[in-house]
Design a protein around this ligand. Sequence first.
Ligand code: CUA
Length: 356
Amino acid sequence: MNSKLILRLAIIGVVLLVIGAIAGALNPFMPARASAEANATDSLFNVMIMIGTIIFLIVEGVLVYSILRFRKKPNDETDGPPMHGNTALELVWTAIPAIIVTFLSVAAFSVFAATQVPRDNELVVRVKGQQFVWSFSYPHDPSVNMRASDVLVLPVDQPIRFDIEAADVMHGFWIPEFRIKQDAVPGRITEVRTLPTLKGEYSVVCYELCGSGHGVMRNAVKVVERSEYEKYLDTLIVRPPAKPAPGEHTPEWGKYLIISATYACGGCHYLPDANIAGVTGPTWVGIGDRAATRVPGQDARTYLQHAILYPNEYIVPGYPANVMPQNYAEVMSDTDLNSIVDYLLQQKAGQAAQAK
Ligand code: CUA
Protein backbone atom coordinates (compact mmCIF):
# COMPACT_ATOMS: atom_id res chain seq x y z
CA MET A 1 0.00 0.00 0.00
CA ASN A 2 1.40 3.36 -0.85
CA SER A 3 1.24 6.26 1.55
CA LYS A 4 -1.25 8.18 -0.59
CA LEU A 5 -3.79 5.35 -0.36
CA ILE A 6 -3.27 5.05 3.38
CA LEU A 7 -3.86 8.77 3.79
CA ARG A 8 -7.02 8.57 1.69
CA LEU A 9 -8.34 5.61 3.73
CA ALA A 10 -7.54 7.45 6.96
CA ILE A 11 -9.49 10.51 5.83
CA ILE A 12 -12.46 8.33 4.81
CA GLY A 13 -12.27 6.60 8.20
CA VAL A 14 -12.35 9.88 10.10
CA VAL A 15 -15.26 11.20 8.02
CA LEU A 16 -17.23 7.97 8.63
CA LEU A 17 -16.57 8.16 12.37
CA VAL A 18 -17.80 11.76 12.51
CA ILE A 19 -20.96 10.98 10.50
CA GLY A 20 -21.58 7.89 12.65
CA ALA A 21 -21.15 9.85 15.86
CA ILE A 22 -23.54 12.55 14.63
CA ALA A 23 -26.13 9.93 13.61
CA GLY A 24 -25.77 8.26 17.00
CA ALA A 25 -26.17 11.53 18.87
CA LEU A 26 -29.19 12.57 16.81
CA ASN A 27 -30.87 9.14 17.11
CA PRO A 28 -34.49 10.11 16.41
CA PHE A 29 -36.01 6.68 17.03
CA MET A 30 -36.63 6.69 20.79
CA PRO A 31 -39.83 7.70 22.60
CA ALA A 32 -39.89 9.95 25.71
CA ARG A 33 -37.43 9.05 28.49
CA ALA A 34 -39.71 8.51 31.44
CA SER A 35 -37.54 6.42 33.75
CA ALA A 36 -34.11 6.46 35.37
CA GLU A 37 -33.10 3.50 33.17
CA ALA A 38 -33.84 5.32 29.93
CA ASN A 39 -30.55 7.25 29.68
CA ALA A 40 -28.27 4.22 29.95
CA THR A 41 -30.39 2.25 27.49
CA ASP A 42 -30.47 5.14 25.04
CA SER A 43 -26.68 5.59 25.24
CA LEU A 44 -26.32 1.95 24.29
CA PHE A 45 -28.73 2.44 21.39
CA ASN A 46 -26.81 5.51 20.26
CA VAL A 47 -23.60 3.46 20.11
CA MET A 48 -25.44 0.82 18.06
CA ILE A 49 -26.80 3.47 15.70
CA MET A 50 -23.28 4.89 15.34
CA ILE A 51 -21.76 1.49 14.51
CA GLY A 52 -24.69 0.66 12.23
CA THR A 53 -24.33 3.97 10.35
CA ILE A 54 -20.61 3.42 9.78
CA ILE A 55 -21.13 -0.14 8.52
CA PHE A 56 -24.00 1.04 6.30
CA LEU A 57 -21.83 3.79 4.76
CA ILE A 58 -18.87 1.43 4.19
CA VAL A 59 -20.98 -1.30 2.58
CA GLU A 60 -23.08 1.05 0.45
CA GLY A 61 -20.04 3.24 -0.34
CA VAL A 62 -18.00 0.29 -1.63
CA LEU A 63 -21.03 -0.95 -3.56
CA VAL A 64 -21.74 2.39 -5.25
CA TYR A 65 -18.01 2.99 -5.90
CA SER A 66 -17.65 -0.46 -7.49
CA ILE A 67 -20.70 0.02 -9.68
CA LEU A 68 -19.32 3.31 -11.01
CA ARG A 69 -15.60 2.44 -11.12
CA PHE A 70 -15.85 -1.06 -12.62
CA ARG A 71 -18.63 -0.52 -15.15
CA LYS A 72 -18.41 -2.57 -18.32
CA LYS A 73 -17.07 -0.45 -21.14
CA PRO A 74 -19.16 -0.41 -24.34
CA ASN A 75 -18.36 -3.46 -26.52
CA ASP A 76 -16.10 -4.98 -23.80
CA GLU A 77 -16.93 -8.72 -23.96
CA THR A 78 -13.90 -9.97 -21.98
CA ASP A 79 -14.11 -11.82 -18.66
CA GLY A 80 -12.83 -10.41 -15.38
CA PRO A 81 -9.57 -11.86 -13.92
CA PRO A 82 -10.08 -15.23 -12.14
CA MET A 83 -10.08 -14.88 -8.34
CA HIS A 84 -10.22 -17.42 -5.56
CA GLY A 85 -10.74 -15.96 -2.09
CA ASN A 86 -8.54 -13.71 -0.02
CA THR A 87 -7.67 -15.19 3.35
CA ALA A 88 -6.54 -11.92 4.93
CA LEU A 89 -9.70 -10.10 3.86
CA GLU A 90 -11.94 -12.93 5.08
CA LEU A 91 -10.20 -13.00 8.46
CA VAL A 92 -10.72 -9.25 8.82
CA TRP A 93 -14.41 -9.27 7.89
CA THR A 94 -15.04 -12.13 10.33
CA ALA A 95 -12.99 -10.69 13.18
CA ILE A 96 -14.44 -7.16 13.08
CA PRO A 97 -18.13 -8.22 13.42
CA ALA A 98 -17.15 -10.75 16.11
CA ILE A 99 -15.45 -7.98 18.10
CA ILE A 100 -18.42 -5.62 17.62
CA VAL A 101 -20.99 -8.25 18.67
CA THR A 102 -18.95 -9.24 21.72
CA PHE A 103 -18.54 -5.60 22.73
CA LEU A 104 -22.29 -4.94 22.34
CA SER A 105 -23.20 -8.07 24.33
CA VAL A 106 -20.99 -7.06 27.23
CA ALA A 107 -22.19 -3.45 27.09
CA ALA A 108 -25.87 -4.51 26.90
CA PHE A 109 -25.53 -6.90 29.81
CA SER A 110 -23.79 -4.35 31.99
CA VAL A 111 -26.51 -1.76 31.25
CA PHE A 112 -29.20 -4.32 32.07
CA ALA A 113 -27.47 -5.42 35.28
CA ALA A 114 -26.89 -1.82 36.40
CA THR A 115 -30.54 -0.83 35.85
CA GLN A 116 -31.96 -3.90 37.61
CA VAL A 117 -30.23 -3.52 40.97
CA PRO A 118 -32.86 -3.64 43.77
CA ARG A 119 -33.54 -0.23 45.28
CA ASP A 120 -34.63 0.64 48.80
CA ASN A 121 -38.33 1.09 49.44
CA GLU A 122 -39.55 -0.63 46.29
CA LEU A 123 -43.25 -0.66 45.54
CA VAL A 124 -44.15 -4.13 44.29
CA VAL A 125 -46.87 -4.13 41.63
CA ARG A 126 -48.25 -7.47 40.56
CA VAL A 127 -48.78 -7.67 36.80
CA LYS A 128 -50.97 -10.28 35.14
CA GLY A 129 -51.05 -10.86 31.39
CA GLN A 130 -53.94 -12.76 29.89
CA GLN A 131 -55.51 -12.92 26.45
CA PHE A 132 -55.75 -9.99 25.73
CA VAL A 133 -55.40 -7.56 28.58
CA TRP A 134 -53.00 -6.59 31.36
CA SER A 135 -54.15 -6.11 34.94
CA PHE A 136 -52.28 -4.64 37.88
CA SER A 137 -52.63 -5.38 41.60
CA TYR A 138 -51.25 -3.10 44.29
CA PRO A 139 -50.12 -3.91 47.81
CA HIS A 140 -52.83 -3.10 50.31
CA ASP A 141 -54.13 -3.70 53.79
CA PRO A 142 -55.30 -7.35 53.78
CA SER A 143 -58.46 -6.42 55.69
CA VAL A 144 -59.84 -4.58 52.65
CA ASN A 145 -60.73 -5.95 49.24
CA MET A 146 -58.90 -4.22 46.45
CA ARG A 147 -59.71 -5.06 42.87
CA ALA A 148 -57.08 -5.22 40.15
CA SER A 149 -56.72 -2.17 37.92
CA ASP A 150 -56.63 -2.11 34.15
CA VAL A 151 -54.65 1.15 34.22
CA LEU A 152 -51.10 1.11 35.59
CA VAL A 153 -50.92 4.16 37.85
CA LEU A 154 -47.49 4.83 39.40
CA PRO A 155 -46.20 7.56 41.70
CA VAL A 156 -43.37 9.57 40.16
CA ASP A 157 -39.85 9.04 41.61
CA GLN A 158 -40.94 5.86 43.40
CA PRO A 159 -38.80 2.74 42.78
CA ILE A 160 -41.02 -0.02 41.37
CA ARG A 161 -40.63 -3.75 41.08
CA PHE A 162 -43.06 -5.55 38.78
CA ASP A 163 -43.82 -9.18 39.60
CA ILE A 164 -45.16 -10.53 36.34
CA GLU A 165 -47.32 -13.59 35.73
CA ALA A 166 -49.22 -15.00 32.77
CA ALA A 167 -52.67 -16.55 33.13
CA ASP A 168 -52.76 -18.49 29.87
CA VAL A 169 -49.96 -18.24 27.29
CA MET A 170 -46.71 -16.27 27.12
CA HIS A 171 -47.02 -12.50 26.91
CA GLY A 172 -44.41 -9.75 26.82
CA PHE A 173 -44.54 -6.88 29.32
CA TRP A 174 -43.07 -3.79 27.69
CA ILE A 175 -43.21 -0.10 28.57
CA PRO A 176 -41.25 1.62 25.78
CA GLU A 177 -41.00 4.96 27.60
CA PHE A 178 -39.41 3.22 30.61
CA ARG A 179 -37.13 1.11 28.35
CA ILE A 180 -38.10 -2.05 30.25
CA LYS A 181 -39.18 -5.41 28.86
CA GLN A 182 -39.82 -8.73 30.53
CA ASP A 183 -41.46 -12.01 29.50
CA ALA A 184 -44.68 -13.07 31.21
CA VAL A 185 -44.44 -16.85 31.50
CA PRO A 186 -47.24 -19.18 32.69
CA GLY A 187 -46.33 -20.96 35.91
CA ARG A 188 -43.63 -18.60 37.15
CA ILE A 189 -43.14 -15.05 38.36
CA THR A 190 -40.68 -12.88 36.48
CA GLU A 191 -39.40 -9.51 37.66
CA VAL A 192 -38.35 -6.20 36.22
CA ARG A 193 -37.50 -2.93 37.98
CA THR A 194 -37.92 0.69 37.09
CA LEU A 195 -37.88 4.18 38.55
CA PRO A 196 -40.40 6.43 36.79
CA THR A 197 -39.04 9.96 36.65
CA LEU A 198 -41.36 11.80 34.27
CA LYS A 199 -45.06 12.39 34.82
CA GLY A 200 -47.22 11.58 31.82
CA GLU A 201 -49.30 8.98 30.02
CA TYR A 202 -47.64 6.00 28.37
CA SER A 203 -48.56 2.45 27.34
CA VAL A 204 -47.92 -1.12 28.39
CA VAL A 205 -47.54 -3.08 25.17
CA CYS A 206 -47.50 -6.86 24.68
CA TYR A 207 -44.48 -7.80 22.55
CA GLU A 208 -45.04 -11.57 22.38
CA LEU A 209 -47.44 -12.93 19.75
CA CYS A 210 -50.12 -14.41 22.04
CA GLY A 211 -53.18 -14.94 19.85
CA SER A 212 -55.66 -13.08 17.69
CA GLY A 213 -55.93 -10.11 20.07
CA HIS A 214 -52.17 -9.63 20.50
CA GLY A 215 -52.17 -6.39 18.52
CA VAL A 216 -54.74 -4.76 20.82
CA MET A 217 -53.14 -5.92 24.08
CA ARG A 218 -52.28 -2.45 25.36
CA ASN A 219 -53.07 -0.75 28.66
CA ALA A 220 -52.52 2.81 29.78
CA VAL A 221 -49.69 3.79 32.15
CA LYS A 222 -50.01 6.99 34.16
CA VAL A 223 -47.12 8.41 36.14
CA VAL A 224 -48.57 10.87 38.65
CA GLU A 225 -47.89 12.66 41.93
CA ARG A 226 -48.03 10.43 44.98
CA SER A 227 -51.21 12.09 46.28
CA GLU A 228 -52.95 11.35 42.98
CA TYR A 229 -51.70 7.75 43.11
CA GLU A 230 -53.10 7.32 46.59
CA LYS A 231 -56.43 8.76 45.48
CA TYR A 232 -56.50 6.27 42.62
CA LEU A 233 -55.74 3.32 44.93
CA ASP A 234 -58.71 4.37 47.01
CA THR A 235 -61.01 3.93 44.00
CA LEU A 236 -59.83 0.30 43.70
CA ILE A 237 -61.02 -0.60 47.17
CA VAL A 238 -64.22 -2.62 47.04
CA ARG A 239 -66.32 -1.44 49.97
CA PRO A 240 -69.13 -3.70 51.15
CA PRO A 241 -72.64 -2.33 50.70
CA ALA A 242 -74.97 -2.48 53.67
CA LYS A 243 -75.58 -6.09 54.60
CA PRO A 244 -79.31 -6.92 54.26
CA ALA A 245 -81.22 -7.71 57.46
CA PRO A 246 -81.85 -11.41 58.13
CA GLY A 247 -84.50 -12.71 55.75
CA GLU A 248 -83.91 -9.88 53.28
CA HIS A 249 -81.63 -9.73 50.22
CA THR A 250 -80.31 -7.19 47.71
CA PRO A 251 -78.52 -7.47 44.34
CA GLU A 252 -75.83 -5.04 45.62
CA TRP A 253 -74.93 -7.47 48.39
CA GLY A 254 -74.91 -10.33 45.87
CA LYS A 255 -72.53 -8.45 43.59
CA TYR A 256 -70.27 -7.68 46.53
CA LEU A 257 -70.13 -11.38 47.50
CA ILE A 258 -68.98 -12.19 43.96
CA ILE A 259 -66.44 -9.38 43.62
CA SER A 260 -64.97 -10.13 47.03
CA ALA A 261 -64.66 -13.83 46.13
CA THR A 262 -66.52 -14.85 49.28
CA TYR A 263 -67.72 -18.03 47.55
CA ALA A 264 -64.99 -18.14 44.87
CA CYS A 265 -67.53 -17.89 42.01
CA GLY A 266 -64.99 -16.03 39.86
CA GLY A 267 -62.67 -19.04 39.72
CA CYS A 268 -64.98 -20.63 37.14
CA HIS A 269 -67.56 -18.10 35.91
CA TYR A 270 -67.16 -15.11 33.63
CA LEU A 271 -68.84 -11.74 34.21
CA PRO A 272 -67.00 -8.49 33.48
CA ASP A 273 -69.54 -6.50 35.51
CA ALA A 274 -68.25 -8.25 38.65
CA ASN A 275 -64.58 -8.38 37.58
CA ILE A 276 -64.55 -12.16 37.26
CA ALA A 277 -63.11 -14.03 34.33
CA GLY A 278 -63.25 -17.78 34.95
CA VAL A 279 -63.64 -20.17 32.01
CA THR A 280 -64.29 -23.58 33.60
CA GLY A 281 -68.01 -23.05 34.12
CA PRO A 282 -70.79 -21.45 32.06
CA THR A 283 -70.55 -17.70 31.49
CA TRP A 284 -72.83 -15.46 33.53
CA VAL A 285 -73.13 -12.87 30.80
CA GLY A 286 -76.86 -12.65 30.05
CA ILE A 287 -77.71 -15.39 32.59
CA GLY A 288 -80.84 -13.41 33.58
CA ASP A 289 -82.25 -14.04 30.10
CA ARG A 290 -81.64 -17.79 30.15
CA ALA A 291 -82.36 -18.86 33.71
CA ALA A 292 -86.11 -19.38 33.18
CA THR A 293 -85.54 -21.57 30.10
CA ARG A 294 -83.21 -24.19 31.57
CA VAL A 295 -85.38 -26.65 33.46
CA PRO A 296 -89.05 -27.07 32.56
CA GLY A 297 -91.23 -26.13 35.52
CA GLN A 298 -88.53 -24.01 37.24
CA ASP A 299 -88.82 -20.23 37.12
CA ALA A 300 -85.62 -18.19 36.87
CA ARG A 301 -85.17 -17.70 40.63
CA THR A 302 -85.83 -21.34 41.48
CA TYR A 303 -83.47 -22.51 38.76
CA LEU A 304 -80.62 -20.29 40.00
CA GLN A 305 -81.17 -21.31 43.63
CA HIS A 306 -81.00 -24.98 42.63
CA ALA A 307 -78.00 -24.42 40.37
CA ILE A 308 -76.07 -23.02 43.35
CA LEU A 309 -77.25 -25.38 46.08
CA TYR A 310 -77.59 -28.62 44.08
CA PRO A 311 -75.30 -28.05 41.10
CA ASN A 312 -75.40 -31.62 39.76
CA GLU A 313 -79.20 -31.55 39.46
CA TYR A 314 -78.84 -29.85 36.07
CA ILE A 315 -75.56 -29.48 34.16
CA VAL A 316 -75.38 -26.94 31.35
CA PRO A 317 -74.56 -28.90 28.16
CA GLY A 318 -70.89 -28.85 27.34
CA TYR A 319 -69.71 -28.45 30.95
CA PRO A 320 -68.50 -31.15 33.36
CA ALA A 321 -70.43 -32.30 36.43
CA ASN A 322 -68.87 -32.36 39.95
CA VAL A 323 -66.77 -29.25 39.38
CA MET A 324 -69.02 -26.82 41.23
CA PRO A 325 -68.67 -27.04 45.04
CA GLN A 326 -71.42 -29.27 46.47
CA ASN A 327 -71.61 -27.70 49.92
CA TYR A 328 -73.21 -24.30 49.37
CA ALA A 329 -76.48 -25.61 50.87
CA GLU A 330 -74.57 -25.91 54.17
CA VAL A 331 -72.38 -22.81 54.11
CA MET A 332 -74.49 -20.19 52.33
CA SER A 333 -77.09 -18.20 54.23
CA ASP A 334 -80.49 -17.49 52.67
CA THR A 335 -79.56 -13.80 52.53
CA ASP A 336 -76.38 -14.54 50.60
CA LEU A 337 -78.03 -17.07 48.29
CA ASN A 338 -80.93 -14.83 47.34
CA SER A 339 -78.74 -11.75 47.05
CA ILE A 340 -76.52 -13.56 44.53
CA VAL A 341 -79.63 -14.74 42.68
CA ASP A 342 -81.01 -11.16 42.68
CA TYR A 343 -77.80 -9.96 41.10
CA LEU A 344 -77.64 -12.77 38.51
CA LEU A 345 -81.24 -12.10 37.48
CA GLN A 346 -80.15 -8.56 36.58
CA GLN A 347 -77.61 -9.89 34.07
CA LYS A 348 -79.44 -9.31 30.79
CA ALA A 349 -77.75 -9.37 27.39
CA GLY A 350 -77.99 -5.59 26.95
CA GLN A 351 -76.22 -4.91 30.23
CA ALA A 352 -73.51 -7.39 29.40
CA ALA A 353 -72.73 -5.56 26.17
CA GLN A 354 -72.39 -2.35 28.14
CA ALA A 355 -70.14 -3.91 30.73
CA LYS A 356 -67.79 -5.35 28.14
CU1 CUA B 1 -50.24 -10.80 24.96
CU2 CUA B 1 -49.27 -10.53 22.81
